[in-house]
Design a protein around this ligand. Structure first.
Ligand SMILES: Cc1cc2nc3c(=O)[nH]c(=O)nc-3n(C[C@H](O)[C@H](O)[C@H](O)COP(=O)(O)O)c2cc1C
Length: 339
């Protein structure tokens, strides 16, 4: 049996598979398909201070190996969230990771105050991919100073034992700059990544497919981008725990994120097609670790960063100056076989 426990900034979770914000509401609907207490935690849809109906429809479009959404943070507002959703998660005994979103630093600070000390809150995830109404709608996550301001406000208003994770956007030139700014401002960990900004044009109507014109791209199409981001953030900040996500569909996908440096993963878009995906991914991951003879999940976190094993034998070539492996030849052979 593999020890699947994972530690995120001092909090121990029984296993590393979580839901992703916005893809499982507050867990109640998924509980019809599996016991939500079996997974590491339920990451709730980002909650704002007031109720919102979100953006105009259509607000979802299919893309190759993914989807585009412009839901726009539809939600009940913090009062109803506390009364209904968080209360349900607490009664159910699920570990809740509450995602918060706002249009100003003050919004985030108020949200953190409202959540402070609530026994069901295992962690706070700060969705900084929101337009800053005080700065011409510039997205917080795209600016280190703005990201830092939000994270600092949330950290100051959150109980000491509750980790604060900042959720990073991949739509930046250097994700490690934002990651460092968030950690310097007090983030205990980082969630990597949010959706990528994308667009689909309907060739029948010859108009953008989404009413909001652009939307967030998610699903397997973004996985290599997400793995790259987790890799870069872990390389830059090896001691900072990462909750990795982006297109995870199987246990092996989850393992890829752990190897890149994530301590846990979120399963998002896949849940829409397979509501049992979080528990299935967990079972597949456990199997994959056992198959590889790994006794502790903690042993694979960041393992892909170790130096490569030399592929060419170091002993001298007994024949002469010829290389032991003709790399060009084997490349040509492989190419012929697969083309
Ligand atoms: C329909 C939808 C709604 C989302 N809503 C939120 C949200 O409210 N807050 C947030 O931080 N991320 C939100 N996300 C982003 C996901 O949490 C996740 O970071 C992203 O989709 C990449 O993971 P995936 O490819 O497994 O879905 C949403 C994604 C989708 C598809």
């Amino acid at each position: 049996m593999t020890d699947l426990t994972t530690k995120l900034a001092g909090v121990t979770f029984p296993n590393p598979v979580f839901t992703a914000s916005g893809c499982a509401a507050a867990g109640r609907e998924l509980d019809q398909f599996f016991d939500v207490t079996r997974i590491g935690g339920v990451v709730t849809k980002s909650i704002m201070l007031d109720a919102r109906s979100g953006r105009a429809t259509p607000r979802m479009a299919e893309t190759p190996s993914g989807m585009l959404n412009s839901i726009g943070l539809q939600g009940p507002g913090i009062d109803q969230f506390l009364e209904k959703d968080l209360a349900w998660l607490a009664d159910r005994g699920a570990r809740a990771v509450v995602s918060i979103a706002g249009g100003s630093v003050d919004d985030y600070a108020k949200l953190a105050q409202r959540l402070r000390g609530h026994p069901a809150v295992s962690m706070v995830e700060v969705n900084i991919s929101c337009p800053n109404v005080e700065d011409r709608g510039q997205v917080f996550a795209c600016d280190p100073r703005a990201s830092s301001g939000v994270v600092q406000a949330v950290r100051q208003n959150t109980a000491a034992g509750t980790p604060v994770f900042a959720k990073l956007s991949p739509d930046v030139t250097d994700i490690t700059t934002i990651a460092k700014a968030c950690v310097d401002a007090g983030a205990d960990g980082l969630s990597v990544i949010n959706t990528l900004l994308g667009m689909v044009i309907d060739t029948t109507t010859m108009r953008p497919a989404l009413a909001g014109i652009t939307g967030g791209l998610s699903g397997p199409a973004i996985r290599p981008v997400a793995v790259r981001c987790v890799w870069q953030v872990h390389a830059a900040l090896p001691d900072v725990p990462i909750l990795g996500m982006g297109g995870i569909r199987t246990g092996l996908d989850a393992l890829e994120f752990l190897l890149a440096g994530a301590s846990a993963v979120s399963v998002g878009t896949t849940v829409f097609g397979d509501p049992t995906a979080p528990v299935r991914v967990l079972a597949e991951l456990e199997h994959a670790l056992a198959e590889r003879g790994i006794a502790r999940l903690a042993d694979v976190i960041g393992l892909a960063h170790r130096p490569p094993v030399p592929s060419v034998p170091e002993s001298p070539d007994p024949v002469g100056d010829e290389p032991v492996v003709d790399l060009r030849r084997s490349f040509d052979d492989t190419f012929e076989e697969t083309s």
